[in-house]
Design a protein. Structure first.
Length: 215
C-alpha cells in the first residue's frame, strides 16, 4: 500500500489538522506527517499546491488526495476497518457520525471567538453572543454520550468522534469556559491520552506566533 501522507499546519493553532492527526495516531495507523507552518497570517500559499481548497489538513495516498478532516478520517477508516476509528455498534456509530458532523458544520461562535491555542495561558475573554449556547450544547453531547457508553471517552474507547471534539477540549480549558465536573472529567481523559500528549508536546515546542489566532 502507498504511504499515507498527512499535510498539516501548526500544532499549536491548526484545529482542523489536529482532528485527523489524533484520530489516526490514537488508532495506531501508520502515516507520515508534513507540517507546513502558517504564514503570512493564518494561511500559506503552499496549501494551494497540495489541496484544491487551499486548506489543510489534506491526505495524499499515492494518486488519491482527500481533503476535509472528517473525509480523511472516513477514508482511513475504510482502509483500516479493524482499527476502531468508529464504534463497532452501528447505533453508536451513527451517533458518532452525527455529532462529528455537528462539530464540523456548527459551533461557529465558539470556534471564531476562541481559537485553539495550546500555548495560551488560561485566561477568560468577553464572550460574544452565541458562545454560551455552543458550550452548553457540546457539554450536553459529551454528557449524554458518556452516560450511554460509560466513558471515559464518548463511546467508551477513544474514537473518531473524540478526535473531532479534541480542539474544543483545549478551547474550554484555555478560555476557562466550563465548570461542570462531568465535562472536566472528559477533558482530563482526553488530555491524558498518549496521542493528545504527543501533539501537545510538539505544539508547546513551536515558536511561531499567528496573531490572528491570539484571542
Ligand atoms: N472544513 C475543513 C477546514 C480546513 C481549514 O479551515 N483549515 C485551516 C487550518 S486549521 C486552513 O487551512 N486555513 C488556511 C486558509 O483558510 O487559507 C476541514 O475540516 O478540514
Amino acid at each position: 500500500m502507498s504511504e499515507l501522507v498527512l499535510y498539516i499546519a501548526n500544532k499549536n493553532y491548526s484545529s482542523w489538522s489536529f482532528r485527523p492527526w489524533i484520530a489516526l495516531t490514537a488508532a495506531g495507523i501508520p502515516f507520515r506527517e508534513v507540517l507546513i507552518p502558517f504564514g503570512p497570517g493564518a494561511t500559506n500559499p503552499q496549501f494551494r499546491e497540495l489541496s484544491p481548497t487551499g486548506k489543510v489538513p489534506i491526505l495524499h495516498h499515492g494518486a488519491v488526495k482527500v481533503w476535509e478532516s472528517l473525509a480523511i478520517i472516513e477514508y482511513v477508516a475504510e482502509l483500516f476497518p479493524d482499527a476502531g476509528l468508529w464504534p463497532e455498534n452501528s447505533t453508536w456509530r451513527s451517533m458518532a457520525r452525527s455529532i462529528s458532523m455537528e462539530m464540523l458544520s456548527g459551533f461557529r461562535a465558539l470556534r471564531s471567538a476562541c481559537p485553539m491555542n495550546l500555548r495560551r495561558p488560561v485566561r477568560p475573554i468577553d464572550l460574544p453572543d452565541g458562545v454560551k449556547p455552543d458550550v452548553q450544547r457540546i457539554e450536553a453531547i459529551w454528557r449524554d454520550m458518556r452516560q450511554m457508553s460509560g466513558g471515559p471517552f464518548l463511546f467508551g474507547a477513544f474514537c473518531a468522534a473524540d478526535a473531532m471534539f479534541a480542539p474544543v477540549v483545549n478551547r474550554f480549558a484555555a478560555y476557562d469556559l466550563v465548570r461542570d465536573a462531568d465535562t472536566l472529567e472528559y477533558m482530563a481523559a482526553m488530555k491524558a491520552h498518549p496521542a493528545w500528549q504527543a501533539w501537545e508536546a510538539a505544539a508547546l515546542a513551536e515558536t511561531w506566533i499567528v496573531p490572528e489566532d491570539e484571542a
